[in-house]
Design a protein around this ligand. Sequence first.
Ligand SMILES: [Fe+2]
Length: 273
Amino acid sequence: MAKVSRYQSKSMRKDGKIDWSNSEDAIWSELLTRQMDIIEGKACNEYLNGLERLALPTDRAPQLDEISRVLQDTTGWQCEPVAALIDFDTFFDLLSRKRFPVATFLRRQEDFDYLQEPDFFHEVFGHCAMLTHPAFAAFTEQYGKLGKSASKEERRYLARLYWFTVEFGLMNSKEQGQRIYGGGILSSPKETEYAFFSDEPNRKPFNIVEVLRTPYRIDILQTVYFVIDDIDQLLEIAREDIPACIAEAKSLGMLEPTFTLKEEKSMIKESEA
Ligand SMILES: [Fe+2]
């Protein structure tokens, strides 16, 4: 990921609101309307239930306090407005305190279909619905706590865990069949269709050590997805001795990439990578 974003977060007003412009309201509205259609039948029920609770407006970009109110009532989380890029220390610290960092900028029209940086639409539409679910919320909190005390090297492994769950996680549950819960997929029209229908990517059962050893690229459709059995599996993963899993992954070494090699960078905003 670029270390300097082409975007800047909007500053918050004293009353905690964001002054979205008419064109930003229009972008939000278009993004939301399009993606609501695309995720139908593909997103997991936990996500869809969360989305219903959030009741995101379709005619304007939402305010963070509207979303935080729902998160607070369901799992005790809140949104935290942040700059377009934040460092790992801030990222992990916020998660460990049940605060989800949301960059307060929206993509411009020329980036409507794809934007590498996680913008307001990605953070809110992609992630906040899942944060209303207790298992997902507990996993994310535990992830933040682990990251806070991890070394720089361990954080590189942790970035893969986040990538293949929170961002690009799939599930294949007995009740729902194949569904998507990763926000990197659900906020992207192309990746939603591809992750759900395409025969190209490899869909592997979730194995934490394998996840930690699997390289990824942020700027292509994923070549590998890891599939959990149901959302409560995230609780089991959070209870694992993850530092020991990282040590095992380290000793086994990285797996061969299944894509054209390019420097691995994380969608988690890195300052030290
Ligand atoms: Fe994200």
